[in-house]
Design a protein. Structure first.
Length: 539
């Protein structure tokens, strides 16, 4: 998931894990009964930020939107919030004999919020819409393995349906991929693979402002720039219900303001602890027994697009900048150690991670940085490092620029962009020169998710327009590998290509930190680094 504003070890998953019906929670008839996990019902207000796009599952790829979309959405597969283990949700079964043709059977009686039933065509129509290039949906890339994607994904495409999708009957459809994809079933819990109700296709623009999903919460209200709210879905069909009656995300421009409102009891949950509260673990003193931290599958990188700024085209220059960054000191001083220096492009929590994939280019070494800069032919001019001003990025971006300036004598300025939505729009429109912060949270638990969606040629989250035939070929070979170990080995080879070309500068691995008010029961952080809003509860 691109552009995050913020690790549990995840075991390797296979298609076999998805063939049995998913486990669900039982109905305890609790009503408002209080348990150790809190009481059912009630309302909370959480810190929110401005979504980049309308609230359409296939067009949502960042945390400001996904925090809202995920509780509204049900997909074929549900990821356990603690372990990320996939469990069947709308899917009754997902069967394959060759990892290339998959037969999906749906549970009958699963309902959208508008009272219509989720059927096979709602998946097929949704995926075709998202993949169709002229529709300009962020999630289009996730359908790339499906046969016929190339015919529908171009911006000027006229074919609107992928040949690899076929509705068999109301509750059955098939997926055919261009080559074997061993982890395809694991991917199907990502929101881009959600079904869309018939009402979406009548007016997609109106739907984006008032979406209709099939999850445990349903849309209530969106006042742009102020708040977004969901309410409990009384007719929820699945086995993973929420506990609260209502969740409102109050949109903040300043994480310090949100944090102070939690301290004052005027906000119930903040998913971002500002850097000012990380020093000496101040947030743990401010919020005793009302805070949580967790490592998770995410990475922060410093990105730049040579097509937008040709002065950054040299891989040697990018390596010189990387070696000029004193990651360990910055992380200790700014994050109080609540992060880890990145030594590659893949999070350590996923199966297939290879330590020190970046090599010496991710190690602070002023002398080698200067030598690499000389090899690159030097650098004339000033650098900028852009960040969204509504997140806690000012201190560390300034520290990175200072480290580059002191090491290489290159003028570097941390440059704020007013808010996350504007920041992402500028990146998407290829308007940002210089460097810019970027973050990625895994969409599903796989090494592939840290490589293909971000660095594959034409990939939806490829903000730097990186393209390598060698890298793309290794991705193809990895996806078709007969075993998980063989696939991971190919993905590691692909990461080695990144170490050579250096399209982005790995910076740090995330640790999520959250806080909550004294009226909340303890709030858990899920395996994707977000507060588990679906299971949040009052005392």
């Amino acid at each position: 998931m691109r552009g995050t504003t913020r690790t549990v070890a995840v075991a390797a998953m296979s298609a076999v894990a998805l063939l049995a019906a998913g486990c669900g929670s039982s109905d305890d008839g609790g009503g408002s009964e209080t348990t150790d996990a809190g009481s059912a019902g009630g309302e909370i207000v959480a810190r929110g930020c401005t979504p980049e796009n309308p609230l359409v599952p296939g067009n949502t790829g960042e945390s400001c939107g996904s925090n809202v979309v995920k509780p509204m959405t049900a997909t074929l597969v549900h990821y356990d919030p603690e372990t990320a283990e996939p469990q069947n949700d709308i899917a009754e079964s997902i069967d394959t004999e060759d990892n290339q043709t998959f037969t999906v059977k749906l549970k009958q009686g699963y309902m959208f919020h508008d009272g219509t039933e989720v059927k096979a065509k709602n998946f097929v129509d949704a995926w075709n819409y998202t993949a169709f290039g002229p529709n300009g949906q962020y999630g289009s890339y996730f359908y790339e393995p499906i046969e016929g994607f190339a015919d529908v994904s171009a911006e000027d495409a006229t074919t609107e349906t992928m040949s690899g999708l076929e509705v068999v009957d109301d509750y059955t459809f098939t997926i055919k991929t261009t080559s074997p994809v061993s982890n395809l079933p694991v991917r199907l819990g990502y929101v881009a693979f959600a079904p869309l109700p018939d009402v979406f296709f009548e007016d997609p623009e109106a739907y984006g402002k008032a979406p209709v999903g099939a999850g445990p919460f349903k849309f209530d209200n969106w006042t742009e720039g102020q708040s977004i709210s969901l309410v409990a879905n009384p007719d929820y069909s699945g086995e993973f219900p929420g506990k609260l009656d209502k969740i409102t995300w109050k949109i903040y421009q300043d994480p310090d303001a949100a944090y102070n409102d939690v301290l004052a009891g005027q906000l119930d949950v903040t998913d971002e602890i500002p850097t000012s509260a990380l020093i000496d673990d101040k947030f743990k003193t401010d919020l005793p027994d009302r805070n949580a931290t967790r490592e998770y599958g995410a990475i922060s990188v410093i990105a730049m697009n040579p097509e937008v700024d040709p002065s950054l085209k040299s891989p040697e220059l990018r390596k010189a900048l990387s070696m000029a960054i004193d990651r360990e000191t910055i992380i200790q001083q700014i994050f109080n150690g609540l992060a880890a220096p990145a030594a590659g492009w893949v999070s350590p929590v996923v199966d297939g991670y290879k330590a020190d994939a970046c090599g010496e280019a991710c190690v602070y070494d002023p002398e080698k940085a200067k030598a690499m800069l000389e090899q690159a032919g030097g650098y004339d001019g000033e650098l900028t490092l852009s960040y969204n001003a509504d997140g806690s990025h000012k201190a560390w971006t300034e520290a990175v620029c200072n480290s580059i300036k002191q090491t290489l004598s290159i003028e570097c300025t941390a440059t704020p962009v007013v808010d996350f939505a504007t920041f992402r729009t500028k990146i998407g429109d290829r308007e940002l020169k210089g460097m810019f912060r970027s973050g990625w949270v895994m969409d599903y638990p796989s090494i592939e998710n840290f490589l293909a969606p971000i660095y594959g040629t034409g990939a939806g989250a490829n903000d730097v327009d990186y393209s390598s035939d060698e890298f793309d070929q290794l991705l193809t070979e990895a996806a078709a590998a007969p075993s998980l170990d063989e696939a991971n080995a190919k993905y590691q080879e692909a990461e080695a290509v990144l170490a050579k070309d250096f399209p982005t500068i790995p910076f740090y691995y995330y640790t999520a930190a959250i806080g909550w008010s004294d009226k909340m029961a303890p709030v858990q952080i899920d395996a994707f680094g977000d507060p588990d809003y679906a299971n949040a509860a009052l005392k």
